[in-house]
Ligand binder design. Structure first.
Ligand code: SF4
Ligand code: SF4
Length: 125
């Protein structure tokens, strides 16, 4: 089966998916991040992650930093360049997103840019 062409361009997006509050970090993701930064898994866990728990099953997620566009965004996001700083070591969930050839947010932002006649317009999500 031929892969569908990718219909989104992350370089033209301010990184909306990186602003999701819950970006899961599995054990393998944490080991990859620890290796990338030459830290122990425990150090990387403390420094880069925290636990989210809304149903008694704690989930390890990425810590955030402040962001002028979305208010808050992944701590690994470069808020000036608008890109991931750990691309090679990013968690699996970041690699999988948006799980297909299309990104709903990208289509939304392109639609708004066209209608505002402004190629750099950033609508509030
Ligand atoms: S929201 Fe879509 S277009 Fe924007 S960075 Fe994420 S995957 Fe790329
Ligand atoms: S690790 Fe990179 S791709 Fe994943 S949310 Fe953070 S900045 Fe985005």
């Amino acid at each position: 089966m031929t892969a569908k062409p990718i219909r989104y361009d992350c370089s033209r997006c301010p990184g909306y998916c990186c602003s999701y509050p819950r970006i899961e970090v599995k054990d393998a993701d944490l080991r990859r991040l620890a290796k990338h930064f030459s830290l122990t898994v425990e150090e990387a866990g403390r420094k880069f992650t925290r636990f989210y728990d809304d149903d008694g099953t704690p989930e390890r997620i990425l810590r955030h930093r402040k962001d002028t566009v979305y208010g808050s965004i992944c701590r690994f996001f470069d808020t000036t360049e608008r890109r991931c700083t750990v691309y090679a070591a990013r968690p699996a969930v970041c690699r999988q997103y948006p799980n297909g050839s299309r990104c709903g947010y990208y289509e939304f932002i392109q639609f708004e840019r066209k209608h505002q006649d402004d190629p750099d317009f950033i609508p509030s999500a």
